[in-house]
Write a protein that binds this ligand. Structure first.
Ligand SMILES: Cc1ncc(COP(=O)(O)O)c(C=O)c1O
Ligand SMILES: Nc1c(O)cccc1C(=O)C[C@H](N)C(=O)O
Length: 399
């Protein structure tokens, strides 16, 4: 007798194509059935039927806050402290600029070399554009703590490294940064929905994250933004827009920021994609995040254990699951072709240059059986050098 699968209920809420083992939900989550239905409804009934009345009658105007409230539980945020809006890049710009403005005497943005490129690009351009001598300092992930000197205005880190899955200790680094007089800006792109996050418990200052990965909001889904309640009254992001105004429909020429989190908004919310994300987040109702973490560790451990000891794969992720997010990466010199051969066999992960094959484990729908099968197929591909074909080496535009 095998015990019933505690995540069979949530798996059934997704449309998962037959014959595919999907281990790329850390890049783009699959389609929740509820999102398909909600989109059809919003398009036909709300957009089609209500037209402009939808802003009031269907509550479109409140969607950034309503969707933010659903995300808040997953990231341990205080009520009202999260908005769903814009992209992660844009939210990072807003959060980081607000953090810098709150530390006027300091000039350094501290980050690490494992951070996602968009985060580093946003910080570089913001530092230049401010014209006040700000600099982005990028150090090795292990040396972040030592680099927290008296010039650091903002510590900007991605909690879970997109390549290796290495996880920073958010609570410890936040405490260290604040003791050094800095504010923290956390990117939760690979954390939200992947593992329990406790922003309030960690005392984090600002955070951002993606809606299209483990939250399953669909390609280009709106991202989210958090500011600690103690900072909201003072936060002044460098990007303002009418949706962040205290009275948008007064149409006055001067900017007066809204009270609370609404000041972190800028332009008109994308109602179709916010609706899809809202429906996708229904899947999380009743999901226990400690059980989610336990499942995630069981999945990733099963995968690593099945492949451990192979001489042709080098584990790029921490071996200790407590120090990882919900993904595992291996190095292989022909990683791109290996991943294409896997995809041709129905196992979808992805490749990150120069040599990483990356596998995300989404506890809501991935099963231990899938993970064992994926590891076996990877072993077959390697044993038979099935990747060694010209068509598997041809790089696509998007990897
Ligand atoms: C850590 C991290 N931040 C940000 C992003 C993306 O930001 P955006 O949605 O603005 O493209 C990604 C992935 O695309 C990511 O992995
Ligand atoms: N956002 C993406 C896209 O528009 C195309 C392809 C991939 C992505 C990703 O999300 C990449 C992802 N952040 C990563 O961890 O590599």
């Amino acid at each position: 007798m095998t015990a019933p699968d505690p995540f069979a209920r949530t798996r059934a809420l997704f449309e998962l194509p037959e014959g595919v083992i999907y281990l790329d939900g850390n890049s783009l989550g699959p389609l929740p059935r509820a999102a398909r239905e909600r989109l059809a409804h919003v398009v036909a009934q709300e957009w089609g039927g209500l037209l402009i009345r939808g802003w009031n009658e269907a509550g479109w105007i409140d969607l950034p806050a309503r969707v933010g409230a659903r995300i808040a539980r997953l990231i341990g945020a205080e009520p009202g402290a999260v908005r769903a809006a814009d992209s992660t890049s844009v939210n990072l710009f807003k959060a980081l600029s607000a953090a810098l403005a709150l530390r006027p005497g300091r000039r350094t943005i501290l980050s690490d070399s494992g951070n996602f490129p968009t985060d580093l690009y946003v910080a570089q351009r913001l530092a230049e554009a401010l014209g006040q001598g700000h600099v982005l300092r990028v150090v090795a992930p292990e040396t972040v703590e030592d680099a927290l000197d008296s010039d650091v205005a903002a510590l900007m880190l991605t909690e879970v490294d997109y390549r290796t899955g290495r996880r920073h200790d958010m609570a410890a680094l936040t405490a260290r940064a604040q003791a050094a007089g800095a504010l923290t800006v956390w990117d939760l792109a690979h954390s939200a929905g992947a593992l329990p996050v406790d922003l309030a418990g960690a005392g984090a200052d600002f955070a951002v994250g993606c809606g299209y990965k483990y939250l399953n909001g669909g390609p280009g889904a709106p991202a989210f933004l958090y500011a600690a309640p103690r900072l909201q009254a003072e936060a002044a992001p460098a990007l303002a827009g009418w949706m962040g105004h205290a009275a948008p429909f007064d149409f006055v020429p001067d900017y007066v920021p809204a009270t609370g989190m609404d000041r972190m908004l800028a332009g008109t919310p994308p109602i179709l994609s916010l609706s899809a994300l809202d429906a996708a987040l229904e899947v999380w109702e009743g999901v226990d995040l400690a059980a989610l973490r336990a499942r995630s560790i069981a999945l990733s451990e099963g995968f690593v254990a099945a492949l451990e000891g192979r001489e042709d794969l080098v584990l790029a992720s921490p071996r200790d699951p407590e120090r990882r997010g919900s993904q595992v990466s291996f190095r292989h010199p022909e990683g791109y072709a290996v991943m294409q051969a896997l995809i041709a066999r129905g196992v979808i992960g992805d490749f990150r240059a120069p040599d990483l094959i990356r596998f995300g484990f989404a506890p809501l729908y991935n099963t231990p059986q899938e993970v064992a099968r994926a590891a076996a197929i990877l072993a077959e591909v390697l044993d038979a050098a099935a990747w060694d074909r010209p068509e598997f080496r041809r790089r696509a535009k998007v990897t």
